[in-house]
Ligand binder design. Structure first.
Ligand code: ZN
Length: 198
């Protein structure tokens, strides 16, 4: 017997989500149709509201519900130090370490020639523009320690150093290939403290 269409559609949408295999998608689909309509409305509403209301900060490209994100808007942050991260979730991880008082720049990706992702596909131009517009003393590159993360760090260092700014790389006490996102606070604080010049 084939799945009835509304069920098949729901299953198909869930299965597209990252980390959701066919079994989990099926379990979630049955769970959703089992819930009261009010609860399903809340879920659907939250999905749509998140998509419609969340935009990117016009300064650092962090997720934000206003033109400028909370971090860029704060007076106690030092805008002359910029920490470059791959994704908004990496920024969140750095913030959890409580040791960092500078600001951020979110690339929204890393260089990955095999996947066709070059410098124009991530927010590198925006970073260069920022350097022209604000006084920046140091750029701390906090991309992950996997191949793409390292290659992106080297590329950025070559691009930025001639501009007269100090470029440093966080010390990856993180396991090789370890994601910033999953590092604990102590490890991150130490990685930041032990950053080295590139
Ligand atoms: Zn911002």
């Amino acid at each position: 017997m084939r799945m009835i269409k509304p069920m098949a559609d729901l299953y198909e949408q869930l299965r597209r989500l990252p980390g959701i295999g066919s079994k989990t998608a099926m379990r979630l689909a049955y769970h959703i149709i089992d819930r009261p309509e009010s609860e399903v409305r809340q879920l659907a509403g939250a999905l749509l509201a998140a998509k419609q209301q969340i935009k990117l900060c016009s300064v650092c490209y962090n997720l934000s519900d206003s033109e400028i994100c909370e971090i860029c808007g704060r007076r106690d942050r030092d805008s002359s130090i910029i920490c470059v991260v791959e994704q908004p979730q990496d920024l969140m991880a750095m913030e959890r370490s409580h040791g960092y008082k500078g600001v951020y720049h979110v690339l929204h990706g890393v260089l990955s020639p095999l996947d066709g992702i070059g410098p124009d596909n991530i927010r590198i131009k925006e970073l260069l523009l920022r350097l022209q517009q604000t006084q920046v003393k140091e750029i701390i590159i906090a991309t992950n320690s996997d191949i793409e993360g390292e290659a992106t760090a080297v590329y950025l260092a070559q691009l930025l150093k001639p501009l007269g700014v100090t470029v440093s790389r966080i010390a990856h006490g993180l396991p090789v290939g370890g994601d910033l996102e999953y590092a604990d606070e102590m490890t991150l604080a130490r990685a930041l403290e032990n950053r080295r010049n590139m």
